[in-house]
Write a protein that binds this ligand. Structure first.
Ligand code: 13P
Ligand code: SF4
Length: 344
């Protein structure tokens, strides 16, 4: 027999349709005539929800968010929020990191299909086997991994702190770095390490064309080239600045150059242009000019409509198995502690 309180609860929580569960998001049209953005802000206030967004989601979502940042800043922000609900407008691993850091809060991601090619490239069972074959290695994983993969990790890094965290280990430390071989190769090259690299890559950053970037540089000889370290080595080597999305943004604001060629997902151009309206930002072209390959199709799954519905129904919710969360929290906290010590 159902208890009275359970009855009340059932009446309170809206029914999540099975087709939505199958789809991974609330597939419902927005009521006609409403101001969606105002409604999103109203619901966020009413529910004490914080809306966080990564720089790669659509500009209009970034503008609606309470906080926009790179992966490191988003994790740092989640760790200190006093909101009851975190709506993570970004990809699933970002929601998982928030949930691990805030197990008592409701963490929502507007579309559960928003995964990440790097996270997908490093399945936990294969990674566990690999780590098991190298028992004397310290395991460093990029934040772009699933919680289950983080559970086999000693310390997590983002592109904003990878160099410093690797350098916090003795020069002769044996290190596994996963899953991004481009970021790992870049860190090896600047630190003189020889970390063992997992062979994952980001399908967006891999596709930037060195030739086309160099052609652009000929057309705009004064332009500075900004590159995310997930790009391939030859692209990274022509950069004036290599860094996380936040580091590239900071450089764009501070540098005197008026033209900047940007080799990372094009969503970052929104904040760059907003902060520096007088400068010209040129998105670096991918190899195939017929596709929008400098857009992350996972990040772009997050739309205003899905954000509205996600707040309305408080679903889809990110869940992390408690045993996995207990293991994954350690390397995440270790990253946050080292970053705090180094003031990153
Ligand atoms: P940042 O940490 O630099 O924001 O990068 C996240 C990411 O997914 C890059 O592809
Ligand atoms: Fe993952 Fe690449 Fe998308 Fe970043 S841009 S979220 S690494 S697929």
């Amino acid at each position: 027999m159902m208890l009275k309180t359970e009855n009340k609860q059932a009446a309170k929580s809206p029914r999540i349709k099975s087709v939505w569960k199958q789809a991974g998001f609330v597939d419902e049209s927005i009521p006609l005539g409403i101001d969606v953005k105002a409604e999103i802000r109203r619901m966020a206030k009413e529910k004490n929800a914080v809306i966080m967004a990564h720089y790669y989601v659509d500009g209009e979502i970034q503008d609606l968010a309470d906080f926009v940042g790179d992966s490191l800043a988003l994790a740092q922000q989640a760790a200190k929020t006093d909101a009851d609900i975190i709506v993570m407008c970004g990809v699933h691993f970002m929601g998982e990191t928030n949930k691990i850091l805030c197990p008592d809060k409701k963490v929502l991601v507007p579309d559960l299909n928003a995964t990440c090619s790097l996270a997908e490239s490093c399945k936990a069972d294969e990674f566990e086997k690999f780590v098991g074959e190298h028992p004397d290695y310290t395991v460093i994983s990029y934040v772009n991994t699933t919680a289950a993969t983080k559970a086999f990790t000693d310390v997590v890094v983002t592109s904003g702190n990878a160099r410093q965290i690797v350098e916090s280990f003795p020069q002769d430390e044996k290190i596994i770095f996963a899953p991004d071989q481009n970021l790992g190769g870049y860190i090896n090259s600047i630190t003189g390490r020889n970390m063992l690299l997992w062979n994952g890559a980001c399908h967006v950053h891999e596709r930037f064309s060195l030739e086309k970037i160099l052609d652009l540089k000929k057309e705009h000889p004064n332009a500075k080239i900004l590159v995310h370290p997930e790009c391939k080595g030859p692209v990274v080597r022509v950069a004036d600045k290599v860094g996380s999305t936040a580091a590239l943004l900071k450089f764009a604001i501070a540098d005197e150059s008026q033209e900047l060629i940007v080799a990372t997902e094009s969503g970052i151009l929104h904040e760059m242009q907003k902060r520096c309206p007088e400068k010209t930002f040129i998105p670096a072209p991918p190899n195939d000019s017929t596709c929008a390959c400098n857009e992350c199709n996972y990040m772009k799954l997050i739309t205003i409509e899905k954000l509205y519905n996600c707040l309305k129904y408080e679903w889809p919710e990110v869940k992390v198995d408690s045993e996995i969360a207990q293991k994954a929290i350690r390397p995440i906290n270790r990253m946050l502690e080292i970053s705090a010590k180094l003031k990153l």
